[in-house]
Design a protein around this ligand. Structure first.
Ligand code: TYD
Ligand code: MG
Length: 450
């Protein structure tokens, strides 16, 4: 008879402690620990036979087979098609389009002859049918099952023998093997573990939907990120026109890649020329608006940075940003103050990346700094120019990667000038016709604006 033991589990990150704690030492969440019963069986001596290591040079590579996907933006974030037996987690806030994207994806896969099973614990078969009709999903090879019990799910997969399985969502799946309540991190972890273990052995590709809480973590989650091969997140919120899917982790391709979709009446449509679309709403030349070229993953994206600088009405000035890290903005403002001589300390500063894209790389520093100065002085930056470069603490403008892709993208969209780091020039850029204005410091860039 196994004896019962308990431990305490942080519901936000999965940290385990033998005692209850008020604050999680791992993720700093407050009051997040709940008690969990554990089944403990008495330890046995291992009787396993030794494994046989193979010299690395002798291992056969084998072809890494992938399941073809016709949706280009999805293929991009996955780093190609779906690898057999891989587990992919798709996270995002409720209503952002996870179910829509996956239903479209499996339909597309089925059209090339594969068999897929879409298992939903969230919606009834009729609700799924309504969505399928809107999306024009009719594939014969696509099975729909509404089920939350893991045992039934696994038995159905064994019986139906699909190549691709969607679980929508991992939070609604439950197993009697975990003694924690449904939806808790204990359940999520156990279900994900059993599913991944089973599908890997069978060589079935597994797509898991995970809901993300307001704070932007998959509810119950860092644990899941470690268990799967690929993690895709829907970025931003559902009020934006475009849906941006980012690769956060990928064992089979580059991470950081972004896929861009637009939610329409008939589901998610790929955005083929995102730079053009993101810039289509740009006003002529307004103060505080600067176009930059960010490379997210491997793709250059032209994005408009908007800054608004207004008098502070309360004691502490506000610094609000969407699309760039607020700490990065605070740093850039400090550099502008100290090196550029801008008295931003008495002003509220708001910075926004138009279109809802998040810029992770620091190459947008220069554009953000110019946008703030431009709005503060009410001096518009040339609408036919773009700027990029990292800004260092000394106010120096530092070089960035993938320079030729950035120049090409700006040229393609008809820009006439690029303000860029001097240290990036190697002489090879001579082949471009666009005017290049190198700067080595923030002061130099601001001088030009004046
Ligand atoms: P959904 O895929 O259900 O989101 P999630 O699974 O992430 O919770 O997407 C729901 C939203 O998308 C909903 O507000 C309706 C909208 N939508 C469309 O605009 N067009 C469509 O064709 C579909 C299917 C949904
Ligand atoms: Mg859904």
């Amino acid at each position: 008879m196994p004896k019962e033991k308990t431990h305490f589990l942080c519901q936000s990150c999965g940290y385990i402690s033998p005692r209850w704690m008020g604050k999680c030492p791992e993720c700093s969440a407050w009051n997040s620990f709940t008690e969990e019963k554990l089944k403990v069986s008495p330890r046995r001596r291992s009787k396993a036979a030794p494994g046989s290591p193979v010299a690395v040079g002798k291992i056969e590579r084998g072809a890494e087979e992938r399941i073809r996907i016709g949706i280009g933006e999805l293929r991009r974030v996955l780093g190609g098609g779906i690898v057999y037996g891989s587990a992919i987690l798709i996270g995002g806030e409720p209503g952002i389009g996870k179910s829509t994207l996956l239903l479209q994806a499996v339909d597309d896969i089925c059209r090339s002859g594969y068999k897929s099973l879409y298992i939903s614990g969230e919606e009834s078969a009729r609700q799924i049918k309504l969505r399928a009709d809107r999306l024009n999903v009719t594939s014969e090879n696509l099975g729909i099952l509404t089920e939350t019990d893991l045992g039934t799910i696994v038995a159905t997969i064994k019986d139906y023998k699909p190549q691709v399985v969607v679980i929508d969502s991992i939070q609604t799946t439950q197993t009697p093997n975990s003694l924690s309540p449904p939806g808790s991190i204990g359940q999520i972890r156990e279900c994900a573990y059993e599913l991944i273990d089973f599908t890997k052995r069978e060589g079935i590709a597994l797509l898991l939907v995970g809901h993300v809480t307001k704070e932007g973590v998959i509810a119950g989650p860092k644990v899941l990120e470690h268990m799967v091969d690929t993690v895709l997140y829907f970025e931003g919120d559902k009020n934006h026109l475009y849906r941006i899917v980012r690769t956060v982790k990928n064992r089979f391709g580059p991470s950081g890649e972004v896929g861009i979709f637009e939610m329409t009446e008939t589901g998610l449509q790929e955005v083929r020329d995102p730079s053009r679309i993101f810039l289509s709403e740009k006003e002529k030349a307004t103060s505080g608006s600067v176009t930059t070229c960010a490379v997210e993953g491997t793709r250059p994206l032209l994005l408009e940075i908007q800054a608004l600088v207004t008098n502070t009405s309360y004691g502490i000035p506000q610094r609000v940003s969407t699309g760039i890290d607020t700490k990065r903005l605070a740093l850039l403002l400090a550099i502008l103050e100290k090196r550029g001589g801008l008295a931003v300390r008495n002003f509220d500063v708001f910075v926004n990346v138009a279109g809802g894209v998040k810029i992770i790389e620091p190459a947008s520093d220069l554009a953000v700094s110019i946008a703030v100065a431009s709005n503060l002085w009410d001096k518009p930056f040339n609408a036919k120019s773009i700027a990029f470069g990292e800004v260092g603490l000394g106010g120096e403008v530092r070089s960035v990667g993938r320079i030729e892709e950035r120049i090409k993208e700006a040229e393609k969209l008809g820009f006439e000038e690029i303000v860029l780091p001097k240290s990036n020039l190697t002489g090879r850029e001579k082949k471009f016709r666009i005017r290049l204005t190198p700067v080595s410091s923030l002061q130099e860039a601001l001088e030009r604006l004046r």
